[in-house]
Design a protein around this ligand. Sequence first.
Ligand code: ZN
Length: 163
Amino acid sequence: MDTLFHFIFALMGGLAVGFFRGYSINLIIFSSLISILIDLDHLLVPLKLASSYTLLHNIFIVFFLPLFLFLLARYHEGTIYPTKLQRFFLLMMIMLTGHVIADMFCGPIMLFYPVDNTGLMIPEIEIMLTSSFSSPVIGMGGIAITIYALVILFGIFVDQITC
Ligand SMILES: [Zn+2]
């Protein structure tokens, strides 16, 4: 997926989570911009600063790192980290995970790099109602949005039980 798509996709996810009700919309725009930085992978490999396009596109960077930072901020709430940081890291987890899921529709991603170098992608599924109708009942676009909606729901669920 192109970087503009990732930015808009992240922005929509951020708006869907609804954090803007308690915080500035600027936080969601800023988070969306930060979430596209993992596409620096496309620059690092040609510059020989990385050996793989998934140096940043892996589950440890997009999911576990923000989750760890979220839990760290949650644990230290009211001491050194303000509550706003919790939501920022949660938002980053949603946006970065959505970014990699979208990329997995376009080509293989080494999701567990550097532990495992197997390229994984979402298999192409298309269910047609009738052969005379050109649009499928279930296709890749709908599946991508459904997976992202589940990621957003996870973020809302975690936000409601912790923040
Ligand atoms: Zn990407």
